[in-house]
Design a protein around this ligand. Sequence first.
Ligand SMILES: [Zn+2]
Length: 240
Amino acid sequence: MTAATDLLFRDDAYLKTSSAAVVAVDAGQVQLDRTIFYPLGGGQPGDRGTLRTEQGRIIRVTDTRKGETPDSVIHLVGEDATALAVGTAVTAMLDWDYRYRLMRMHTCMHLLCAVVSGAVTGGQISDGKARLDFDVPGNSLDKDEITARLNALIQEGHMVEARWITDQELADKPELIRTMSVKPPTGAGRVRLLDIAGVDLQPCGGTHVRNTAEIGPVAVTKIENKGRQNRRINIAFASQ
Ligand SMILES: [Zn+2]
């Protein structure tokens, strides 16, 4: 189970469906030659959806994980995997409503990094809400102020773009790395940067919306004190 997969979501996060071929099957696990399914990582949950065979059989993908090697993606399908053999052609389809909410919330986390100064020590994105932990001393963070600044950045409609730099360029700019707990994956020769022009720039391999306006209204629901210098900021969509 170590086949490399063409990561279609990395170049186009808006792909909702694609054709693919099964390249490996194991107990409840399927690998494809190309995929639109994002695997759990970087605080973003794995995608869900379906694989449909040419005979019309529909196999449900309940979650997606990284494989053992870079660029390998495991689609978790439970017992349904018996319907698939290596070489089977399938049409993959995302649970797009779920993924799009994750994309909106994930992009909002980049805006939160721009609003709050301090190293990010952890984070988690889930359906409709997310949290980031910041290394910030004292009680300087204000819920209403952060909410207002986030919504201003959202409404301003900033473009969101990914681009690549070399490992060496990243090594020369350590200030780009905001997250202390998750080091960006280097060693492949290049690192993907997520650029919200003039707002936030950092390595990220996740899926994002094209424009911050797509995020929609959000609110800081809670700021928790998680240790002497650790503040957990919880965000949720203000309207679903
Ligand atoms: Zn990101």
